[in-house]
Design a protein around this ligand. Sequence first.
Ligand code: GUN
Length: 291
Amino acid sequence: MILLDGKKTSADLKVEIAESVKELKAKGKKTPHLAAILVGTDGASMTYVNAKVKACELVGFNSTLIDLPEETSEETLLQEIEKLNNNNDIDGFIVQLPLPKHIDEQKVLMAVHPDKDVDGFHPTNVGRMTLDLPTFLPATPFGILELLERYKVETSGQHVVVIGRSHIVGRPMSILMSQKRPAGDATVTVAHSRTKNLKELTLQADIVVAALGIPEFLTGDMVKDGVTIIDVGITRIDDSSKKSGYRLAGDVHFESVAPKSSFITPVPGGVGPMTIAMLMKNTLLACERKS
Ligand code: GUN
């Protein structure tokens, strides 16, 4: 069993990105600049956004955090987005999800200019991804492709079962892995909450991508020997034996699945750190595109 080490791979990627930033600077080009909008005080969102800002510092990017109160109106948020769209120094920006309930997420994502949409959530970029045109790939699926590629996991002709059909992970993952591309050329089945006989499907899978958001859902009896496991889930579970009061669980029951796996991502330290590295990569790309 080989651990797909996202912590190490993302650190390698950040070193490569930092090198590219130095090269840009040596050529007198501008420093990449990422902005993030956070609305409200959701604990997980604050943690993620802070990690993104810290990653910017590490690779030598400029960053701007726009921290708005929970009660911010949709109109005010759209005005902030328009300011970032028109600010030439900002190469790319993200609006951290989820948003408060009174704000229409779809409307917000559509307001981000596609050239600055480093999350790859704008319909234009989703369409470009689907058509295999150059675009910003959404960070989590992009990070998974990068991990599979760097560890030389065979995907061509393999049967991939993606559990989950979210716009951020499951759906784009299923599209990307079916395409003719590195870490692609797979035969993909998309399973979700209405799927019948899920175990029958996962038992046939060469690769399982678990992205349904139910902790420790995928157990050892549901996979075949030699399977590759990508665990996208990350849920806080109360645990009084920990100093923090909680532990992090993936969507995969690691203890029973790992012994049957040829490759598996740990939680934490698998897919999570890759997501942030790929956001940096997209921001670098956005900056390079302009010059
Ligand atoms: N919330 C969970 N994942 C993501 C992501 O990739 N981007 C943004 N903006 N919000 C998220």
